[in-house]
Design a protein around this ligand. Structure first.
Ligand SMILES: [Zn+2]
Ligand SMILES: [Zn+2]
Length: 153
């Protein structure tokens, strides 16, 4: 058995322009589950590289996403996409009450994706699953009791 060298992210990332490298550093330092917007990444990038422009950060994120080093999540109900380091695939959850975005340990089963692709004659390359509802903190507060008044049963 010959060992195959799959290194899509690491190999390509080494050849990045320094500004893109800075963007990747910011995303990787924030860590999995951080879900930063391009704006937030820019603010952090400027702390490392004061002259970096927003357009550069934005282009860098697009490139890093293409290379597979950074995951881009388009959250329904949010104006801007959020980014996080490439990790194992997972789904996202957005709380419609407080706006918190969290990771969920869920992937669409491969067999389901294959069947779906076959049925529609398409090649699915990427999945992005986002659930919405109430997060654990918001769910712990029953509706109408936030003012502390108890309602007679
Ligand atoms: Zn919430
Ligand atoms: Zn995530």
């Amino acid at each position: 058995m010959s060992s195959t060298d799959f290194g899509p992210a690491t190999g390509a990332a080494r050849a990045l322009p320094p500004n893109y490298r800075t963007v990747l550093d910011v995303v990787e330092t924030a860590g999995p589950g951080s879900h930063l917007t391009a704006q937030e990444i820019w603010v952090r990038a400027r702390a490392l590289q004061p002259r970096i422009g927003f357009a550069t950060v934005h282009r860098g994120l697009i490139r890093l996403h293409e290379l597979g080093s950074v995951m881009k999540i388009d959250v329904p109900g949010e104006a801007s996409a959020v980014y996080e380091p490439a990790a194992h695939p997972h789904a996202h959850f957005r709380c419609s009450a407080c706006g918190a975005i969290g990771d969920l340990d869920y992937v669409v089963p491969r067999a389901a994706l294959r069947r779906l692709g076959e049925r529609h004659g398409i090649a699915i390359e990427r999945e992005a699953v986002t659930f919405t509802g109430r997060c654990a903190a918001c769910n712990a507060v029953p509706p109408g009791t936030s003012d502390g008044r108890s309602t007679p049963a």
